[in-house]
Each structure stands twice: as structure tokens, then as C-alpha cells.
Design a protein around this ligand. Structure first.
Ligand SMILES: Nc1ncnc2c1ncn2[C@@H]1O[C@H](COP(=O)(O)OP(=O)(O)O)[C@@H](O)[C@H]1O
Ligand SMILES: [Mg+2]
Length: 228
């Protein structure tokens, strides 16, 4: 599903300064339907790596293929479609729209051109099924402000899956949650992964979250190593 070969990333430094080399020659292979965690210190480039896989950022060099698509070479339009339909994103902060209900928030990714043709009733039903799967059937008409932190993050999981992606990318999804909500969220992610045959790539600070994944990679000092 994911194949990174000799991927390097650097950012331009300030004028006539040194460029910032984030990581070099990263190789990563992830089979269809498998799960992996990326751990490593703050600033080591975990988010940058995840963003490159999700076509939110481009590598300086190297090959990135996801679902047989050459990700850095996608046209802007193809990249937008890739981000909307092939990939689902979950971030540390849920980024829910406060003025919209839970159900409306889950449906936001279906407003983009790529899924507009699907019948609204079908999408509505799918959103409700996902909200049931994350244990929020009783909260569909609530606003995000009326939910707990754990519940909000579960809404963002449902939102990430509404367009039936093949790959789920999660950047510190439990970073703002206490231990109980964190365990609960990981349980939900792993159940949904199995049910939907998803590939799951999670960036996390939490060793206990990382250990639940099939593979664990450690990113430090510009190098990615397989830890488990
Ligand atoms: N757009 C950017 N421009 C310049 N430097 C950046 C940019 N984004 C991230 N960085 C730098 O790249 C490094 C890796 O950042 P990041 O991927 O966010 O790390 P992590 O997610 O592991 O904490 C950091 O030193 C950060 O300051
Ligand atoms: Mg980060």
C-alpha cells in the first residue's frame, strides 16, 4: 500500500543560511491492511513524513507510492482527489466545525467534487453507521462544544472514514486525550481498520499506542529504523 524509497526532506534555511535537513534516505514499506506506528522525539520529522505520504507536503528527493500512485508527481487536482478519497486524516486537534452538528461534521469531506455524485441519503446513512461504530449514535445532533474531548476525537475518526479511504493517517490522534480515552480510541481505530481492511499509519508519542500496531518505526536524527 505504502512504499517509500530513499526519501529525504530538507527545508530552505533563512537567506544564505544552511538548509534544515529533516531526514535522509527513509525507506518504509507497509502492506495492504497492516498497521504501523512512527515514534520519535519532537521535531524529528514525524509529521513531515506523514504529510509526505498524504500528499500534504513533497519530499526533496526519493520515491513515494501509495496505492500504486506516484504521490509527489500527482497534479494539484489529482492530489486533492487523492487526499479526499484514498486517504483519511486524523490530527491531534479534531478541527471540527463548531457551528455544525456532529452528523454535518462527519459529512464535510463528502462536499468535495470527488464524492458529490453519491446520493445524499446513502452518505447520510454511512455517516450514521460510522457514528454508531465510534459509539456516538446518541450524539448525532449535538454540536462539538457539547461533547467531551474523547467524543470529539471519535467524531473526527468517523469523518476520516466517510469517503471510504484505503489508508488512514493519524498524527498524534491521542495526544490530547487521557489514558482511558486514548485506549478507547485505539481500540476503535483497530476495529475499524479490520472491518474496512484499512491500512493504518499512526504518529504517536505513546509507547502503549505504538505497541498495538503491527510494526513500529523510530525516527531520530534524520534516520528511520524498524523497532518492532
Ligand atoms: N514548513 C516548514 N518550514 C521549515 N521548517 C519546518 C517546516 N515544517 C517543519 N519544519 C521543521 O522540520 C522539523 C520536523 O518537524 P515535524 O515534522 O513537525 O516534527 P515532529 O512531528 O516529529 O515533531 C522541525 O525542526 C520543524 O521545525
Ligand atoms: Mg508532529
Amino acid at each position: 500500500m505504502i512504499n517509500l524509497s530513499k526519501v529525504s526532506k530538507s527545508y530552505e534555511g533563512p537567506t544564505d543560511g544552511e538548509p534544515l535537513n529533516v531526514f535522509q534516505n527513509v525507506n518504509l514499506e507497509l502492506a495492504n491492511g497492516s498497521s504501523a506506528a512512527i515514534v520519535g522525539p519532537s521535531g524529528s520529522g514525524k509529521s513531515t513524513l506523514l504529510n509526505i505520504v498524504g500528499a500534504l507536503d513533497k519530499p526533496t528527493s526519493g520515491l513515494v507510492t501509495v496505492d500504486n500512485q506516484n504521490v509527489p508527481e500527482l497534479t494539484p487536482q489529482a492530489a486533492a482527489s487523492f487526499r479526499n478519497t484514498t486517504v483519511g486524516f486524523i490530527f491531534q486537534l479534531h478541527h471540527l466545525l463548531p457551528q455544525c452538528t456532529v452528523l454535518e461534521n462527519v459529512l464535510v469531506p463528502t462536499q468535495a467534487g470527488h464524492t458529490k455524485s453519491v446520493h445524499r441519503g446513502v452518505l447520510n446513512q454511512r455517516a450514521r453507521e460510522l457514528l454508531r461504530a465510534v459509539g456516538l449514535s446518541h450524539r448525532v445532533q449535538h454540536r462539538p462544544g457539547e461533547l467531551s474531548g474523547g467524543e470529539r476525537q471519535r467524531v473526527s475518526v468517523a469523518r476520516a472514514l466517510v469517503n471510504k479511504p484505503k489508508l488512514l493517517l493519524a498524527d498524534e490522534p491521542t495526544g490530547a486525550l487521557d489514558r482511558e480515552n486514548s485506549n478507547n480510541l485505539v481500540e476503535i481505530l483497530l476495529n475499524l481498520q479490520k472491518e474496512n481492511d484499512l491500512t493504518l499509519l499512526v504518529v504517536t508519542h505513546s509507547q502503549s499506542v505504538a505497541e498495538r500496531m503491527d510494526q513500529v518505526f523510530h525516527l531520530e536524527d534524520g534516520t528511520l529504523r524498524l523497532q518492532k
